[in-house]
Design a protein around this ligand. Structure first.
Ligand code: F6P
Length: 541
């Protein structure tokens, strides 16, 4: 048995779960009139209302005990102190340093990393301003108006999400587009209608070796060459690089002055506030980008210093443990009631699942409990007319994170009131449901009544902020980052590596070669061989 299952708190939670699991939220609200007031925590512009979670004081007390038994605070402090918490890659995970104020001192391996972070931020700001003011010219002398970010995973999802989320604050004279997929359609559609002399490609890749990104970067260069010819000088103003790999960026033809670096201790999925965020900064301007960093930092400070019982990321992380490991709920739906957050769930998928999709503990032992949940979602109210039915009346327990704002960025008549009414209504319907007696009282025919019964007792968080701003977005992302960390600390897994994606990458590289040399002997399993063979023929016919 794994150490986690041997902890006192885990055993106590199991015993508590056995008697508590069927307790209905209706009952919990009746038993405790103060619940709606007490199960609320506020930090960094956000209000987390977790009163509609299937917990009582005992559950929470045991979850906090579990966190203490697993030394969550010490693990958190080790991360903030720049220790090599990413043990399989022997490096720190210091994304919190990316948003620390210039006066902060955060050391790893004896070196204060903050000055370098701020020097890159200053260079990024200068570059962003030159582009935003139209001073950055393309080969024909026309100002750059189109920015195409080429990257994938953390070098795409964060920038796309942030651009969409903060589009309201963006410079509408600039066109921002994103290319990630190696499917040529992505590149083709992204540059459709763009003038090459007004287009700047940002090659965003921590390693500068990722197959998809490098393939797209080469295609971008060819696309420009078709317009400019081979003159390297003319090509030069059309590329920037965001990477830790200066050598490879230089070898591609991007000089160091047009490159923005970051450190190895920035994980791909934790990098949207590093140099990888340059496209965001160009879109919204350096000032708003700094405001986003302030939001990140405010949540970092809250996570670092608030007692566990009032710590928003800790509470959210522990609730995930409660559902994943005790109720065996395998998914979490993230449902933002802001259309600007339409890419937020896609972003969270990488943050949560690449981080916590792990099967061994830090010391390499197979886990005997569930780890990372499946995160998914769509903005409300759209999702309501799609998959909510299953959350309301299906057989799976799906805890939901509702995210909403008081103020509309685009105020149109009653839209915002209707939007907010819907988020509250959904959370209420999920929690309280509708009993058979209530259905019968409505005079519903007996044969129809069971179909109209809603069991309720579907848990949710309600995350509220006054307004979607760069600050609240930064704080929201940091909230999920630290919730992910909290869960990994309990599970004793590494949320900063991603070895699982490597095998697929290696096999793809091998299969590309086999496809391109049709006589090569295939030595995969029979099914894989057949698929490659089918493709070779289908391509030829
Ligand atoms: O898919 C694995 C991964 O390594 C991610 O963790 C990372 O965000 C992505 O690939 C892109 O990597 P890079 O920024 O090095 O191109």
């Amino acid at each position: 048995m794994n150490k986690l299952r041997k902890t006192r708190a885990w055993k106590a939670l199991q015993a508590h779960y056995a008697t508590f699991q069927k307790t209905h939220l209706r009952e919990l609200f009746t038993q405790d009139a103060e619940r709606a007031r007490r199960y609320v925590v506020e930090a960094a512009g956000w209000r987390l209302d977790y009163a509609k979670q299937r917990v009582n004081d005992e559950t929470l007390q045991l979850l906090f005990e579990l966190a203490r038994e697993r030394h969550l605070e010490a693990q958190r402090d080790a991360m903030f102190a720049g220790e090599a918490v990413n043990t399989t890659e022997q490096r720190a995970a210091l994304h919190i340093a990316l948003r620390a104020p210039a006066t902060a001192v955060i050391k790893t391996a004896g070196v204060n990393v903050v000055p370098e972070v701020h020097s890159v931020l200053a260079r990024m700001a200068k570059c962003a301003e030159t582009i935003r003011t139209g001073e950055w010219k393309g080969y024909s002398g026309r100002p750059i108006r189109n920015i195409v970010n080429i990257g994938i995973g953390g070098s795409d999802l964060g920038p796309v999400m942030a651009f969409e989320a903060l589009r309201y604050y963006s410079d509408r004279q600039l066109q921002l587009r994103f290319v990630s997929n190696v499917d040529g359609t992505d590149f083709t559609e992204a540059v459709r209608g763009l003038r090459p002399d007004e287009t700047l490609f940002i090659v965003a890749s921590k390693t500068f070796t990722t197959l998809e990104t490098m393939t797209n970067a080469h295609t971008a260069r060819n696309w420009l060459r078709a317009a400019v010819g081979q003159d390297k000088k003319k090509l030069a103003p059309h590329f920037l690089a965001l990477s830790t790999n200066e050598k490879a960026a230089n070898a591609f033809g991007i000089p160091s002055e047009q490159m923005f670096g970051f450190a190895e201790w920035v994980g791909g999925r934790y990098s949207m506030d590093s140099a990888i965020g340059l496209s965001t900064m160009i879109a919204i301007g350096p000032e708003a980008f700094h405001a986003m960093l302030v939001g990140f930092h405010a949540m970092d400070e809250h996570f670092r210093s608030a007692p566990l019982e009032q710590n928003m990321p800790v509470i959210m992380g522990l609730l995930n443990i409660w559902y994943a490991d005790f109720f065996e709920a395998s998914t979490v739906a993230v449902l933002p009631y802001s259309h600007y957050l339409k890419r937020f769930s896609a972003y969270l998928q990488q943050l949560t699942m690449e981080s916590n999709g792990k099967h061994v503990t830090l010391d390499g032992q197979e886990v005997d409990y569930h780890t990372g949940s499946i995160f998914w979602g769509e903005p409300g109210t759209n999702g309501q007319h799609s998959f909510y039915q299953l959350i309301h009346q299906g057989t799976h327990l799906i805890p939901c994170d509702f995210i909403a704002f008081a103020e509309a960025l685009n105020s149109l008549g009653r839209h915002q009131d209707i939007l907010f009414a819907n988020v509250v209504a959904q959370a209420e319907a999920l929690a309280m449901g509708k009993t058979l007696a209530e259905v019968q009282q409505e005079g519903i025919a007996a044969e129809l009544a069971p179909h109209k019964v809603m069991a309720g007792n579907r848990p949710s968080n309600l995350l509220l902020a006054k307004r979607l701003t760069p600050e609240t977005l930064g704080a929201l992302v940091a909230l999920y980052e630290h919730s992910v960390f909290t869960q990994a600390a309990i599970w004793n897994t590494n949320p900063f590596d991603q070895w699982g994606v490597e095998l697929g990458k290696q096999l793809a590289a091998r299969i590309v070669k086999e496809i391109e040399s049709p006589k090569a002997k295939l030595t995969h399993d029979a099914s894989t061989n057949a698929a490659i063979d089918w493709y070779r023929h289908a391509r030829r016919d």
